[in-house]
Design a protein around this ligand. Structure first.
Ligand code: NZQ
Ligand code: ZN
Length: 390
């Protein structure tokens, strides 16, 4: 295991009707004027937005609002939010929604405290040191942004989808009420489940040895997802299954299952080009890319893939042919994704073979560049993975 420091300061308030506490929570963390930031309308339709406003008003907290964050959130909304926060003297941002609303809130929070262009943090020009405090009321178990120090934004100039990271954007609090996720369409639920599993796999496939504790934590999250996801696809109102998935989504991405080990993250990078170009759901893109990536890199460490096959997918170890077991595990992952309604190739996603050169170019590795922690990939490898996903 490698040395690490683990900082996860977010206060999680979990359970039924917990959104009623967000006014008191904002006050606890020093907010007096809040920007409520949300997406395309689901929080209005469900009545959640009204309940959040009531909670803020009851706590004596002033607020203004900015809705309209799109999935795969865009830079334009971030600039709008930064201007609004400055004009209204906002000192706390409350994201009500999923990863997109939360990531947009984090970008605004950084941008308000920065003299330059907020995009500097996403282009790699600058590292965030200061941000307005952010709180979240989560409505979908997926991205894990409610507990992460990450934000992913797409710049409309060039449609570049890029991430920024920093401890200053870890939410001060996150309200997790599984009841709020019952209004999700089955497809969106499945996209979220895929993303959660992908966050674990990005960490599970590592070159670091002697990481049994985090291996076993990863496997526990994956096994829970395999057990619970079909339950909510069948019955969207299954509270207990929704609750387990919601907590899994947080655990999968605040890095508790990834500390002390090298991580990969190539599948995410390769997927982000798909959701930037086609505006597909991030989880759906991962369902197409991740099994293809696994198949492409399996020879790098056949025994690690065989371990996944046996411990997670209940395959029987073939000691005379471990690669056969490894491939069975990957096939089991792909059929699970199919069973929950995910696309598993380019055409099911609506992606085009003819776009592959563009996708590789915007991935931006150049001729000799390499990326990834488990297996270093070149542009040619990235192209091969897109082709395997056809
Ligand atoms: O916009 P509204 O109307 O709210 O509708 C949303 C949206 O259309 C809808 N939705 C959310 N909760 C709902 C609901 N519909 C009905 N009932 C509810 N309770 O679902 C759609 C998707 O929402 P979105 O916020 O986009 O989903 P998700 O949480 O999957 O976030 C995806 C974004 O997060 C990024 C992705 O790349 C993508 O841009 N990621 C962020 C990460 C992070 N910050 O740590 C890590 C991830 O790997 C990921 O890259
Ligand atoms: Zn993800």
């Amino acid at each position: 295991m490698e040395n690490f420091s683990f900082y996860s300061p977010t206060k999680f308030v979990f359970g039924k009707e917990t959104e009623g506490k967000c006014g008191a929570l904002v006050k606890e963390f020093g907010g007096s004027k809040v920007l409520i930031h949300y997406g395309g309308g689901s929080v209005k339709r469900s009545g959640l937005l009204d309940r959040v406003k009531t909670s803020l008003a009851d706590a004596g907290v002033q607020f203004c609002e900015l809705g309209g964050v799109t999935p795969n959130p865009r830079s334009g909304k971030v600039y709008e939010g930064i201007d609004l926060c400055k004009k209204e003297n906002v000192d706390f941002i409350l994201a009500v929604g999923g990863g997109s609303a939360i990531d947009s809130a984090k970008a605004i929070a950084m941008g308000v405290c920065y003299d330059g262009d907020f995009w500097d943090f996403y282009s790699g020009k600058s590292r965030p040191k200061k941000a307005l405090p952010v709180g979240t009321v989560l409505t979908i178990a997926a991205a894990g942004s409610e507990g992460s120090g990450d934000s992913v934004i797409t710049h409309e100039n060039g449609m570049l989808k890029r991430g920024a990271s920093g401890d200053c954007i870890r939410p001060k609090f996150s309200v997790l009420n599984p009841q709020l996720t019952t209004t999700l369409p089955a497809y969106q639920t499945a996209c979220g489940a895929t993303d959660i599993m992908a966050h674990v796999f990005e960490r599970y496939f590592t070159n670091t040895t002697d990481v049994q504790t985090t291996d076993r934590l990863c496997e526990a999250v994956l096994l829970s997802m395999i057990e619970e996801t079909p339950k909510v696809i069948k019955d969207p109102n299954d509270y207990q299954a929704r609750a387990n998935i919601m907590w899994a989504g947080m655990v999968a991405h605040n890095n508790i299952v990834g500390v002390g080990r090298e991580q990969d993250w190539n599948s995410h990078g390769i997927e982000h080009e798909l959701s930037a170009l086609y505006d597909c759901a991030h989880g759906a893109g991962l369902a197409v890319i991740m099994p293809a990536w696994m198949t492409y890199v399996v020879d790098h460490n056949v025994m690690r893939f065989a371990q996944m096959a046996c411990r997670v997918w209940n395959c029987k170890m073939d000691f005379s042919d471990p690669k056969k077991t490894a491939l069975e595990g990957i096939a089991a992952f792909r059929s699970f994704l199919k069973s929950i309604g995910m696309p598993i190739n380019f055409s099911e996603l609506g992606a085009k073979e003819s776009d592959i050169p563009y996708l590789v170019k915007t991935f931006g590795l150049g001729e000799t560049g390499k990326t990834g922690g488990f297996v270093q990939l070149t542009s040619k490898d990235v192209e091969n993975i897109y082709r395997l996903a056809l």
